[in-house]
Design a protein around this ligand. Sequence first.
Ligand SMILES: [Fe+2]
Ligand SMILES: [Fe+2]
Length: 280
Amino acid sequence: MMKTRITVLCENTVGKLVGLGEHGFSAFIETDRGNYLFDTGTGRSVVENSLALGKDLRSVRKIFLSHGHYDHSGGLAEVLKLRGEVDVHAHPHVFLDRKAVHKENGKDKIKFVGLPFKRGYLETLGARFILKTDFHQVEEGMFLTGEVPRITPFEKPSTTLFTEINGKTAQDVFLDDQALILDTDKGLILILGCAHAGMINTVQHVIQKTGKEKFFAILGGTHLDFMDPEQLEESINVLKRMDLARISVCHCTGMRAASRLHQEFGDRFTYGCVGSVIEV
Ligand SMILES: [Fe+2]
Ligand SMILES: [Fe+2]
């Protein structure tokens, strides 16, 4: 793949002069072959930011969903209203009911955090769902990881996130959590949604499946601030041993974890705010 430009469309913070921040993630991908969208934010900023940043959502050839959380999938309806019929690649579990539990004044507060639309409605708007569980090529030089094997001992599932299957609530294991890989002349670019499968598990899966170890960039959400501090430090240890030119995390990475990564990676680190760009 020759030219690749990835622009963060939705993210928690706005670092440039234009755009809206929201708790969510979306990245607009421009290549020689055409444009693509990875995740869609919650729906509140994706269209507004696409206009502010001059990215035409009507031009996307394919949409990829990292997982079923509303802050990545909720903007799909708004995008489809503009784009019409388009392939939407995801894991079949993207439609599961999702819950998050937070303590508020000592009491558990439960919030629905899944995809906020029914599959049929999204299909009416033009979504052609392509649901796969395994690593696969989505275009020449572009791959989805599919399910990521949990290998590292230090990456643990979140204790506050749950799924509801047939009325039964269980800890969310996020089989649907996947990342996108772009194989560029300067190395692999790995775009993470929330990395619920673990950033390092995802990296190892990518190396195993592609046979390549040279990474130009890792960007997106890492969920590290929500996890044990040990997970952040162990992840940094692995990242430092990698052939990695840029790291541009954001969204659920959180400010503390992002600061630690900046401290370790210096000039190789950028914060992936709305409007930030990774380019090859
Ligand atoms: Fe997220
Ligand atoms: Fe998530």
